[in-house]
Design a binder for this molecule. Sequence first.
Ligand code: MG
Length: 386
Amino acid sequence: MITPIQLAPYAAREANSRGRRYPEPSPHYRGEYQRDRDRIVHSAAFRRLEYKTQVFVNHEGDMFRTRLTHSLEVAQIARSIARVLHVNEDLAETIALAHDLGHTPFGHAGQDALNECMREHGGFEHNLQSLRVVDELEERYAEFPGLNLTYEAREGILKHCSPLKARELGEVAERFLNQRQPSLEAQLVNLADEIAYNNHDVDDGLRAGLLSLEQLEAVELIHSHLREVKVKYPGLAGRKLIYETIRRMINTLIVDLVDTSVARIQALAPGSLEVIRAHNEPLIAFSAVLQDHNLELKRFLRTHLYKHYRVHRMTAKADRVLKDLFSAFMQDIRLLPPEHQAHAQRQEATHGNSGRARVVADYIAGMTDRYAIAEHKRIFDPRELT
Ligand code: MG
């Protein structure tokens, strides 16, 4: 086992890990959390993130973020924060790389559509699906289903969970039933995710021409940094002006997050991870001022980017594609590829209609944007013969 040096007493430690669901011998020359990360990088679900929408559909342009590049940006930010807080960088990276594995094609539009389809069958939530991918859906190992990750990685992947689902999931979700907190590594990935998407969505929105700098100046977080850049580099324009602004925004948010979190950790002076878990609120946080600025940016993006008519057109199309696929597979199971068909029949035999629905939802959720479009064409376009 490799123990990273200089870990704080409240960091997640392999020596205190709650282990894997199926016990395995320790790896050579790697730590347990490194092994978790490596399994994620080698998984099929991870590779498929390359062709899944973040905000813009993959084929809208090569320069936009995808779920894959988003996950890499989250991992970069999470590692920086973990290192400075002396918590477990390997675990933080693992959680960051895995956090969006359960995303459907077409981003949040896809998730909402699938959730509606699954209303009578237990619903669909991408975060729960990420856990399902690593626990069950990846098929790679002879001795267990899924990737058999450590408890700490699985707990970190499960960001939110209803009490009903938490009772179903058991140990990994127990904190949602007894109001406990996850590790600092999980807490910081959660906010690294926010820092990443708020900033890259501004960048992508500008690149796509759906947002303008003039419009963005109404947002304090952007306004203050843009002004700073313009003072320092009068005459700077275009991509450099945008990037100099965004890199400052990311930096301000990370520095604020670290300063605020360090102060909160020092005030509590936790002697172990158990104290972090038992605390009444998360210790990783932005200051009140930055929290407000961040919220303002989020609201701005919701109104002006996520609800922009060009994004909405994609959302509406995605909704139709996924709902069509779901109802076609539910009506005629023989439309599914043979291995999914056999699996659906087995699940239906034990869990009825909801068993079949879950297999269909898993199949659709695993699709990339372009695969979903092609599959829709194959099933609905009479000119497609195969
Ligand atoms: Mg994310």
